[in-house]
Ligand binder design. Structure first.
Ligand SMILES: Nc1ncnc2c1ncn2[C@@H]1O[C@H](COP(=O)(O)OP(=O)(O)OP(=O)(O)O)[C@@H](O)[C@H]1O
Ligand SMILES: [Mg+2]
Length: 256
């Protein structure tokens, strides 16, 4: 997609993109959803603020939103996650944001929930990044849109852990459990959706993503969700013949 010099040429670009995609019904549907008038205005703002200059290609079309690769004229590649405002798993989101002291008094309507959710993911990325957990560096959040560091190379985004053949599964497991410990002890966060879907492998190095549902350790369900995270990762690495004791690693993560 070319540089959007003015809003109308930008809209024309998006339209031509839609037409090119018209044979792929699913893509087409999600493009229409994600590129509605409001989102176009928001993306346009990010362009005019100089955050990015073009969209390169879609990376993922998920239940809650879409992820695109974007770039700047100086060659920096970015990932842009756009939460869908129309459909999605509202009640699931609510579970992870209610009770978070950072979002006290949040009204229970979807229109307000989605940007708050995007903000939550953005804040969580910042907490984790500063604690030394390898996550995409957060760049900007605007309403339902998050711009962050792109994990991948020129050609393709990094693959999810589940699709990568690990050269050093034990080392990878160690790093991931270390990140869970750093997350708990330094960032004071529990991810709450740790799995082989939400870890990308960049040159055999794990990068934790999708941190929107992460809650602060004081959250009344933090303990239960941490156990689930640990259990998921223990189960995944079992397939590689690596046995990690869930109880021990839980203790190690919490440091008590
Ligand atoms: N910063 C990034 N760099 C490269 N690829 C990314 C980045 N963030 C997300 N992706 C890709 O987009 C996919 C979906 O992102 P994410 O897991 O954050 O969203 P999601 O809400 O779980 O979407 P889904 O409904 O598909 O599960 C990831 O599995 C990954 O392939
Ligand atoms: Mg995910």
């Amino acid at each position: 997609m070319a540089r959007a010099d003015d809003y109308h040429s930008f809209e024309r670009e998006i339209d031509s993109w839609r037409i090119r995609k018209k044979n792929q019904t699913d893509d087409r549907k999600s493009y229409d959803e994600v590129f509605d008038k409001q989102n176009l205005m928001r993306i346009y703002k990010l362009f005019s603020d100089g955050v990015m200059d073009r969209f390169d290609f879609p990376i993922s079309t998920g239940k809650e939103g879409n992820v695109f690769r974007a770039s700047t004229n100086s060659g920096t590649m970015l990932a842009v996650k756009i939460y869908r405002t129309s459909t999605g798993t509202f009640s699931d989101m609510w579970k992870y944001i209610a009770g978070d002291p950072r979002f006290r008094g949040l009204p229970t309507n979807r229109r307000r929930l989605i940007p708050a959710w995007a903000k939550k993911e953005f804040l969580n990325l910042g907490l984790l990044y500063r604690a030394g957990v390898r996550v995409p560096q957060p760049i900007v959040q605007h309403e339902n849109i998050i711009v962050m560091e792109y994990i991948g190379d020129e050609v393709e985004p990094a693959r999810q852990l589940r699709y990568v053949e690990l050269e050093d599964p034990e080392g990878t497991a160690r790093t991931i459990f270390e990140y869970m410990k750093l997350s708990y002890q330094k960032a004071k966060l529990v991810h709450c959706d740790m799995s082989e879907f939400n870890v990308l492998m960049l040159d055999q190095e794990p990068v934790i993503i999708d941190v929107g549902q992460g809650v602060l350790v004081q959250h009344p369900n933090a303990e239960e969700w941490l156990q689930r995270d640990v259990f998921n990762m223990v189960k995944f690495f079992k397939k590689y013949g690596i046995s990690v004791d869930a109880k021990d690693s839980l203790k190690e993560i919490k440091g008590k």
